[in-house]
Design a protein around this ligand. Structure first.
Ligand code: SAH
Length: 399
């Protein structure tokens, strides 16, 4: 392990590619590399210019188009201490999120915490770790140790009954791990229960979407709770019903959760029961549901999965977003609200706004933006890696 920082790969930048470095983007692609030398299985790589001067260093992967995930630029070196410090800082930065009413949050957000390739979510006493890179995978012992040390500060802030110790579980079934030629089998893991904003949710990271919960929507769920009072609420693409539980807790007159996955709806039922809240649960395709529904709602949440998985998908995705939003708008009682999202990284805020504009026109409704919505602050985005900003949304008033 110690020598992981000694056995290094050296990558020489192609002439004319200096801009890559000037912009400090952490992803150094294979196309910018002139040649490589040193051990192929090195965890750490150094990017040098044609004179051998170091320009950047970071996590190396020979299997990825992103050959180097830079952590440092210039002459500065990457060390065990640096990585441990970045992990500790990322966790310390989130202390304000954890209190008696919330014990789940993303504690490491890859580039947003200057740790490209590493994501860690905390669910009460469980840490779910996603490693998307060969170099990071080789540093597992260091990461585990640093996580144990750094999360000890969270004890008494909802850690497993004050013990301060966390179980660490690796979510290995990320599709990108196959490309990186890393194991994709998950070890078994027990489901757990978290508290978020005083509400309780069952989390099963072994079978759930993402790492088990959409932590990025925390603040938008809180907003939904404050808006839901007395309203009939429709929660489209409900997954495990998180927006529905918040809306019910906010005093909604009625809540309907719709998801195409029977398992998600089953968990949504469990989560409502856990919080002693009533709701209606519908297993259905949301596109069909909004077309067939006659009764209107005063507040609709629309949080579909990413329709654009790649850049070439964007046009098709835009049609999907327009379609669902057009029909959702028609279902809003005049004067009601629509909270609508896109979590496609390839869909820009600008394009999403155009799609909403087109939907409003076709719905024949008067629509105004009340607020622009984004991911919660435990999902920081690096200024140098805007690709990290995927979640965008609008709170709309529909007259
Ligand atoms: N709003 C949720 C997260 C939604 S994730 C939360 O805050 O937790 C997207 C969900 O959309 C998934 O649960 C998926 O099962 C569901 N889904 C995908 N396609 C669908 C469709 N055509 N109709 C209804 N639900 C769909």
């Amino acid at each position: 392990m110690n020598d992981a920082f000694e056995r290094r790969r050296t990558l020489t930048l192609k002439r004319g590619k200096e801009r890559v470095i000037a912009n400090r983007h952490p992803w150094i692609f294979a196309g910018a590399i002139h040649s490589e030398r040193g051990p192929e299985d090195a965890a750490i790589g150094d990017l040098v210019d044609s004179d051998g001067k170091r320009l950047a260093c970071g996590f190396y992967s020979r299997s990825s188009q992103i050959r180097l995930r830079a952590l440092m630029f210039g002459e500065e070196d990457i060390t065990r201490e640096l990585i441990a410090t970045r992990i500790a800082e990322a966790i310390a930065r989130r202390r304000f999120i954890f209190d008696d009413t919330t014990n789940a949050a993303r504690i490491i957000n890859a580039e947003g915490d200057e740790l490209s390739g590493l994501v860690v979510d905390r669910y009460n006493g469980l840490l779910v770790v996603e490693i998307a890179n060969r170099g990071v995978e080789q540093l597992k012992p260091l990461i585990v140790h640093a996580l144990h040390v750094a999360t000890a500060v969270l004890s008494g802030r909802g850690a497993a009954e004050g013990s301060g110790t966390h179980t660490i579980w690796f979510k290995n079934d990320l599709p990108v791990r196959a490309l990186e030629q890393l194991p994709t089998e998950n070890e078994p893991v027990e489901a757990t229960t978290i508290v978020e904003s005083g509400l309780h949710f069952r989390i099963d990271p072994g079978e759930g979407q993402k790492t088990g919960f959409f932590l990025d929507q925390r603040e938008n769920r809180r907003l939904a709770r404050t808006l839901a009072g007395g309203k009939r609420v429709l929660n489209l693409f409900s997954y495990t019903g998180a927006f529905g539980v918040y809306a019910a807790a906010g005093g909604a007159a009625a809540v309907t959760n719709v998801d195409v996955s029977a398992r998600a709806i089953e968990l949504a039922r469990e989560n409502h029961a856990l919080n002693e809240r009533q709701a209606e649960f519908v297993v259905a395709d949301a596109f069909q549901y909004v077309r067939q529904k006659r009764e209107r709602f005063e507040f609709i949440v629309c949080d579909p999965p990413a329709f654009a998985k790649s850049r070439s998908d964007v046009d098709r995705a835009a049609r999907g977003y327009k379609d669902i939003n057009l029909h959702a708008m028609k279902l809003v009682e005049p004067g009601g609200m629509l909270m609508t999202f896109s979590c496609s990284g390839h869909m820009s805020l600008d394009l999403f706004q155009k799609v909403i504009f087109a939907a409003a026109l076709d719905a024949g409704r008067r629509v105004s933006f009340v607020r622009r919505l984004t991911a919660a602050p435990d999902h920081p985005v690096s200024m140098y890696c805007p690709e990290g900003e995927y979640l965008k949304g609008f709170l709309l008033e529909v007259r």
